[in-house]
Design a protein around this ligand. Structure first.
Ligand SMILES: Cc1ncc(Cn2c(C)c(CCOP(=O)(O)OP(=O)(O)O)sc2=O)c(N)n1
Ligand SMILES: Nc1ncnc2c1ncn2[C@@H]1O[C@H](COP(=O)(O)OP(=O)(O)O)[C@@H](O)[C@H]1O
Ligand SMILES: [Mg+2]
Length: 564
């Protein structure tokens, strides 16, 4: 006989709804009023990962969404905890990563009269400018639909961050178990295929048939779409060279014969038709204007977001739809005989690739004491060639820019970096998110300043014994370490600047810490960490004078009279 009088509560309903929809991990920092929600989730088999700061928990949730196409879940307390997580939620929205931040919140009747509740804040409204959707659940029987709406909002169309507000009163509210079960449901096809119109496919193929020097630009939208097989087939059937944006490295392997990555400036300036596959013509591509672009370039753009079309340059052939469906439609309508031969174009690209590769090889092979970015990254790349399945997390300025050019990627969604906002502090959160989600090894190559933003999470990495190797590129400061008081006229002694012993921090938490002063020490430490899979921090000492301010973004600094 069904026990119709059995009661449950809001917290149990939240966990039931998350579990019903396939949520396996929750990343967060608990406290009033969500601590028991995490306990219940753990009891129900969902893995809860407890962090030291909500921003890092949010970054872990966001990157797990990017890797899996399922929304990553971040759980925080109200007000300050909510606000700490909001930076990661905004970054997820900016990068089109599906993530849901669930925060407890205060009593509506007190908040709305501003009567001074514990951690009083109107969180749902504060979140709105930074997210795809912001919802609040006011009744326990609405929790199921609230979770469903948040999931669909996070993954449908252009993915992004969603905020779900759960007041403490709803979390503790009692409800008949039978009513609760009826309110929970599995979201049906939350990210439906979106096919392009036949007209748009025909137009795109028409423009492509007129191209003599075409170029495909692969963006992180292409990586996220998990349509690497279809994209590979399109590239190889057409013979069109491709340029991967940072997080799209590995959609096709960096050693692919049609990769134009090492001739980036040349191909951008000379391509006559550019096919944007899940890449925005934003600042990362110079808005498609200026010295690195020809005003005559014609654009074909594949994007799931219709509003992205024409954002910066007129798009002659928009293909609005999900990447996989669009590429499949192109493949089914493509007549390779209608395309031109690109041999001259490809031969010229090869010449530029060769020249640039030789220049880089000279930088990488030089022996210096202390190390610099190029020889250290060259040595790391040689070792990682044997570990092509690892996840690579990368942040910093020079550390980011140089690693992007030197560390080759061979599989999609493995390079996880500062992304569209160029945000510092993603390092440890992304490392934890990738390690937990995929149960694979992670190597994080981070600048010393960037590491400082999330460095306390090495305790989290050690606590969960995650296979993460952190290589801190220690040049003693932001961009460079040889400037004191803002001038380079009074450089401090290099030894002083290298005093940050980050490796000791790792040892303090039970991880392996190594200070690498030479290439051999660096490579041996990396080999050992990859073989023993133990949390490791390698403090890689880099010449304090190495690096340039803002790395490759130097030109974005405002033009002012030089600092005296
Ligand atoms: C959240 C945040 N704060 C500050 C910055 C400004 N910033 C900062 C602080 C960087 C750190 C660069 O120093 P690093 O030591 O990490 O790397 P290199 O020394 O190798 O350049 S790069 C950069 O754009 C940022 N991008 N994001
Ligand atoms: N499944 C998908 N199909 C097509 N486009 C997608 C898909 N997922 C995300 N996108 C789009 O991909 C684009 C990613 O652009 P961006 O973040 O600028 O990439 P990158 O920085 O690598 O150039 C966004 O405009 C987003 O709308
Ligand atoms: Mg630095």
């Amino acid at each position: 006989m069904e026990n119709n009088s059995a009661m449950t509560d809001g917290m149990h309903i939240v966990v039931k709804a998350l579990k019903a929809n396939g949520v396996e991990n929750i990343y967060g920092v608990v406290g009033i009023p969500v601590t028991d929600l995490a306990r219940i989730a753990q009891n129900e088999g969902i893995r809860y990962i407890g962090f030291r700061h909500e921003q890092n928990a949010g970054n872990a949730a966001a990157i797990s969404g990017y890797i899996t196409k399922k929304p990553g879940i971040c759980l925080t307390v109200s007000a300050p905890g909510f606000l700490n997580g909001l930076v990661a939620l905004a970054n997820a929205t900016t990068n089109a990563f599906p993530m849901i931040q669930i925060s407890g919140s205060s009593d509506r009747s007190i908040v709305d009269l501003q009567q001074g509740d514990y951690e009083e804040l109107d969180q749902m409204n504060i979140a709105k400018p930074f997210v795809k959707a912001s919802y609040r659940v006011n009744k326990p029987e609405d929790i199921g639909i609230g979770i469903a709406r948040a999931i669909r909002a996070a993954v449908s169309g252009r993915p992004g961050g969603v905020y779900l507000d759960l007041p403490a009163s709803v979390l503790e509210a009692a409800l008949k178990e039978t009513d609760a079960d009826k309110s929970v449901f599995v979201v049906e096809d939350p990210a439906p295929d979106m096919l392009p119109s036949k007209k748009s496919v025909d137009k795109a193929l028409q423009v492509l048939s007129e191209a003599k020097k075409p170029l495909v630009i692969l963006g992180k939208g292409a990586a996220y779409s998990q349509s690497e097989n279809e994209i590979k087939k399109f590239i190889e059937m057409t013979g069109i060279p491709f340029l991967p944006m940072s997080m799209a490295k590995g959609v096709l392997p960096d050693d692919h014969v049609l990769s134009a990555a090492t001739a980036r400036s040349f191909v951008l300036e000379n391509a006559d038709v550019v096919i944007l596959l899940g890449a925005r013509l934003n600042w990362l591509l110079g808005h498609g204007k200026g010295p690195h672009w020809s005003s005559k370039t014609r654009f074909i753009q594949v994007d799931i977001e219709p509003m992205e079309i024409d954002s910066n340059r007129p798009i002659e052939a928009p293909l609005v739809g999900d990447m996989c469906s669009v590429i499949k439609e192109l493949l089914s309508s493509l007549n390779p005989l209608s395309l031109n031969e690109y041999n001259d174009w490809i031969d010229t690209i090869e010449e530029h690739k060769k020249i640039n590769a030789e220049k880089m090889a000279l930088k990488i092979e030089q022996i210096t004491e202390p190390m610099n970015y190029f020889n250290a990254l060259g040595a790391i790349n040689n070792e990682l060639e044997k570990w092509r399945d690892i996840y690579l997390v990368n942040e910093g300025a020079n550390t980011l820019d140089n690693a992007r050019n030197i560390i080759n990627m061979y599989h999609p969604r493995r390079r996880l970096d500062c992304g569209t906002w160029g945000v510092m502090g993603i390092g440890m959160g992304y490392s934890i998110g990738a390690a937990v989600t995929e149960n694979k090894q992670v190597v994080a190559i981070v600048g010393d300043s960037a590491f400082g933003f999330s460095g306390m999470e090495i305790e989290t990495i050690c606590r969960y014994k995650l296979p993460v190797t952190i290589i801190v590129f220690n040049n003693g400061g932001i961009y460079r370490g040889d400037e004191i008081n803002g001038t380079s006229s009074d450089p401090a002694p290099t030894s002083l600047l290298m005093s940050s012993q980050y490796e000791k921090l790792m040892e303090a938490f039970g991880g392996y810490g190594v200070c690498a002063k030479s290439i051999d020490e660096l490579v041996n430490a990396l080999k050992n960490s990859l073989n023993n899979k133990h949390p490791t921090l390698i403090n890689c000492l880099i010449d304090a004078s190495a690096g340039v301010e803002s790395g490759h973004l130097k030109n974005l600094n405002p033009k002012t009279n030089s600092v005296k």
